[in-house]
Design a protein around this ligand. Structure first.
Ligand code: SF4
Ligand code: FES
Length: 238
């Protein structure tokens, strides 16, 4: 039987199962911790640092840190949210994010985080990098201008034979996501949609149908990111 432990987030005592991460415990208790590189079903690697919390005064990533009995965690504080806002701004200026022309607008986690953290003008200069667009595959378009290198696609997407759809080329500032054209050309429409949904931004786009869902009616057009978690115990209520 799983062992129940108690942790404290922002002064509120909650229950967690031993072995859960801080992030999993928070989500189960309706507490939102912002994330980008973490994704259900993919082992977290802590590459974006957006889920940074303070544990007993030390900065840690909630997606990889196991919850332990008696842990005191700071999450939704002005200081931590300012760090998160700076991370979001840094991600925006590192790439080329032109939201109004992006098929993912309204369904994009980065855009939604920009709104949630009230980003106005980023404090860092834009780098306007030269990045390739690969439109040669029949199933998927890859626009790396918007890539935030979260690696959700590389770690989470395989075809039915276990072959990866995407890989990372080069390292450091030259790192770039590339698709396996042979594998991607033979995926089902469902898999192409899954690939698009796995990407938190608008890099991976399923071909043949665009702007099917009107701007203004999309997921984060209706509710801010994190709303589902924060309201999970209010469903059907007032
Ligand atoms: S293509 Fe999308 S899922 Fe893959 S690393 Fe870039 S942002 Fe992440
Ligand atoms: S979500 Fe934890 S580091 Fe990215």
């Amino acid at each position: 039987m799983s062992e129940i432990i108690k942790i404290v987030i922002d002064g509120k005592e909650i229950e967690a199962t031993k072995g859960q991460t801080i992030l999993q415990a928070a989500v189960n208790n309706g507490i939102y911790i912002p994330t980008l590189c973490a994704f259900d079903g993919i082992k977290p690697k802590a590459s974006c640092r957006l889920c940074t919390v303070k544990v007993n005064g030390r900065a840690m990533t909630a997606c990889t840190t196991p919850a332990t009995e008696g842990m005191e965690i700071e999450n939704n504080t002005a200081g931590i949210n300012e760090i998160r806002k700076a991370i979001i701004e840094a991600i925006f200026v590192e790439g080329n994010h032109f939201c109004p022309s992006c098929e993912k607008s309204g369904n994009c986690e980065l855009q939604a985080l920009g709104y949630r953290f009230m980003m106005m003008v980023p404090r860092f200069p834009y780098s306007f990098p030269q990045r390739p667009i690969d439109a040669t595959n029949p199933k998927l378009l890859l626009d790396t201008n918007r890539c935030i290198l979260c690696l959700r696609c590389v770690r989470g997407l395989k075809d039915e034979n276990g072959k990866s759809l995407f890989a990372i080329k080069h390292r450091g500032v030259h790192a770039e996501i590339v698709m396996d054209h042979e594998v991607c050309a033979n995926i089902s429409d469902e898999m192409a949609q899954k690939a698009m949904n796995t990407c938190p931004v608008g890099v991976i786009i399923k071909k043949e149908k665009g702007f099917d869902e009107a701007i203004g009616t999309r997921k984060f057009d209706k509710q801010p990111i994190g709303h589902e978690i924060e309201n999970k115990f209010n469903q059907g209520g007032n």
